[in-house]
Ligand binder design. Structure first.
Ligand code: HEM
Length: 404
């Protein structure tokens, strides 16, 4: 049986768009997964995509940013409880707070907010900058070319993240490998990575219960919600989410940004000569190249803009679609590094808006500032092609830059 369209979906509402099978969504050299948006906005506000999840399920697709906000705000009708991670293991516990709905979500979110607040991120900035400078100076000293993902984006962002969690950074490559297998791996690698990450988090929690330190996991095992300690499964749900959320996302953003700048030398030179523009430019690149695509599950039968959504149907609110909505952004397919009022959807919307957005933004801006200050005009190395991929979380690998 191949991608059946459920009986309740009118055949005329089915469209040929998929985060997994549209052109550029599977790993593609010099690919552009964001380009698939081209066929979306001229069509209806909602359509059905028969194959739009990793495990081959269909979803409704919301094509207007304003409608996506309605969906993401209405958590009673559109739930976040999907067990995306646990389902890879044949289990159903939620990642917390991502897969909890209000009101349960709020208690956990309040617990975690202070750890990722702007104040906490500002305190981290010197360490972030120091790490970026050390890595880039090393790259500049050793030649005129590098694989920016392997040599800079991952070691930079994952180091900061491990520092924040209070974990040693001698296993960066191992952790990055787990993240890559989990987010971009096949049917064998994905569950294996999920199992490894769960064991790592469970063991870390057990170690901290026995021996309290001053770190993230100690905080989680001691924390209280609604006057009680977290259960072991809740500790696992928080630990796994926060660990996974920081492994790949910021590195991917830096990769997409540097790939854009490598192909657009005028913009590159503008930011190098006027670094004061980098904050706005980073925001525009976040808009143009969002990586995390949102999905919800209908909790009841409902008509949405004429579509007969049934309880249990998946509803996709893809940030790659919202961020190129012409009703929200003038010339949405043009990268305008000075764009103002850039209210993009890259960090989501509503109660689940990204907890790590302040940290992510700071890392991206500092990474770009220090890279542009230290590396002269760079291009994609002749004869190489960065590989991009779509899916629930977009990625970029093998970005070889050259400044010879
Ligand atoms: C450029 C980098 C990043 C992007 C594009 C991104 C994007 C997102 C998006 C779109 C959501 C909402 C998901 C949904 O509603 O279903 C989200 C949630 C979340 N993000 Fe990020 N993220 C990034 C970096 C980070 C980092 C570094 C952390 C580290 C702590 C993090 C932690 C989280 C957490 C914990 C949630 C769940 C929040 C909740 O459910 O209340 N993210 N992120």
């Amino acid at each position: 049986m191949e991608n059946p369209v459920p009986d309740h979906v009118p055949p005329e509402m089915v469209r040929d768009f998929s985060l997994f099978t549209s052109p550029g969504m599977s790993p593609t050299p010099n690919g552009d997964p964001h380009a698939a948006v081209a066929c979306v906005h001229s069509g209806p506000p909602i359509f059905y995509s028969p194959l739009n999840t990793r495990d081959g399920r269909g979803t409704w697709v919301i094509t207007r940013a304003s409608d996506q906000r309605r969906v993401l705000q209405d958590t009673e009708t559109f739930s976040s409880h999907r067990s995306i991670f646990a389902s890879a293991l044949g289990e159903s516990w939620p990642m917390i707070p991502l897969e909890l709905d209000p009101p349960a979500h709020g208690a956990f979110r309040s617990l975690l907010n202070p750890l990722f607040s702007p104040k906490r991120v500002a305190a981290l900035e010197p360490a972030v900058r120091e790490r970026a400078i050390r890595l880039i100076d090393g790259i500049a000293a050793s030649g005129t070319s590098c694989d920016v993902m392997k040599d800079f984006a991952f070691p930079f962002t994952v180091n900061i993240f491990l520092h924040l969690l209070g974990l040693p950074d001698d296993r960066i490559d191992t952790f990055v490998g787990w993240g890559r297998d989990l987010l971009h791996g096949d049917d064998v690698k994905r569950p294996a990575a999920a199992r490894t990450i769960v064991s790592f988090i469970d063991e870390l929690a057990a170690a901290r219960r026995n021996d309290l330190l001053d770190d993230f996991m100690t905080f989680v095992v001691q924390a209280q919600v609604e006057g009680r300690r977290l259960t072991k499964q809740e500790v696992r749900g928080v630990g796994v989410l926060v660990f996974v959320a920081g492994l790949d996302t910021v590195a991917a953003a830096i990769g997409f940004d540097l790939a854009y700048l490598a192909r657009n030398l005028k913009d590159q030179e503008l930011l190098r000569s006027e670094p004061g523009r980098i904050v706005a430019a980073a925001e525009e690149l976040l808009r143009a190249y969002p990586t995390v695509q949102l999905i919800r599950v209908a909790t009841k039968d409902i008509y949405f803009e004429g579509a007969p959504i049934r309880k249990g149907d998946y509803v996709s609110c893809a940030t790659m679609i919202a961020n190129r909505d012409p009703a929200e952004f003038e010339c949405p397919n043009t990268v305008d590094l000075a764009r103002e009022d850039n209210r993009h959807a890259t960090f989501g919307y509503g109660p689940h808006r990204c907890l790590g957005s302040h940290l992510a933004r700071r890392e991206i801006v500092v990474g770009l500032e220090e890279w542009l200050a230290r590396i002269p005009a760079f291009r994609i190395k002749n004869g190489t092609a960065p590989i991009t991929s779509g899916g629930h979380v977009f990625g970029i690998e093998n970005l070889i830059l050259d400044w010879s």
